[in-house]
Design a protein around this ligand. Structure first.
Ligand code: FES
Length: 116
C-alpha cells in the first residue's frame, strides 16, 4: 500500500493582465508543471499542457467552442472537464487544475511536490 500524502496548494500562475484574451490559449507553468491557460466564455481554465496523444503542446493550440485543440493532430479537450471531444472517448483526458482569481492574480491548485 502506498502511504504517500499528496498535498495540494494554491500557487500563483500569473497576473490576470498576463492571462490570454477571450478565445485564446497560452503556455505557462510552475516548476516542472506545464500548463495550458485558456480563456473561454470569459472564464479562465488551466489544463495540463501535454496532450495525451503524443505530448503536443496544448498551449500552442487554439480554442473551438469550449475546447482546446492540440496543434499537432487536432485532438480536442473540454476546458471544463478535460475529457476528449475529438476523438470522442471518456477515458482520454487531460488534467484540469482548480483555478481561482484573487487580488488580480490567477492561482491554480497543484500538487506541492511537483512545484519544488
Ligand atoms: S499530440 Fe496532440 S493530437 Fe497528437
Amino acid at each position: 500500500m502506498d502511504w504517500r500524502i499528496t498535498v495540494s496548494e494554491w500557487v500563483k500562475l500569473c497576473s490576470v493582465a498576463e492571462a490570454p484574451e477571450e478565445g485564446k490559449v497560452q503556455e505557462t507553468g510552475i516548476g516542472d508543471v506545464q500548463i495550458c491557460l485558456a480563456r473561454v466564455n470569459g472564464a479562465l481554465a488551466a489544463l495540463d499542457n501535454l496532450c495525451p496523444h503524443r505530448q503536443g503542446p496544448l498551449g500552442q493550440g487554439w480554442v473551438e467552442g469550449e475546447a482546446v485543440i492540440c496543434p499537432w493532430h487536432s485532438w480536442a479537450f473540454s476546458v471544463k472537464t478535460g475529457v476528449a471531444e475529438y476523438p470522442v472517448h471518456e477515458r482520454i483526458r487531460v488534467k484540469v487544475f482548480p483555478l481561482k482569481v484573487e487580488g488580480g492574480d490567477v492561482l491554480v491548485q497543484i500538487d506541492a511536490a511537483r512545484v519544488a
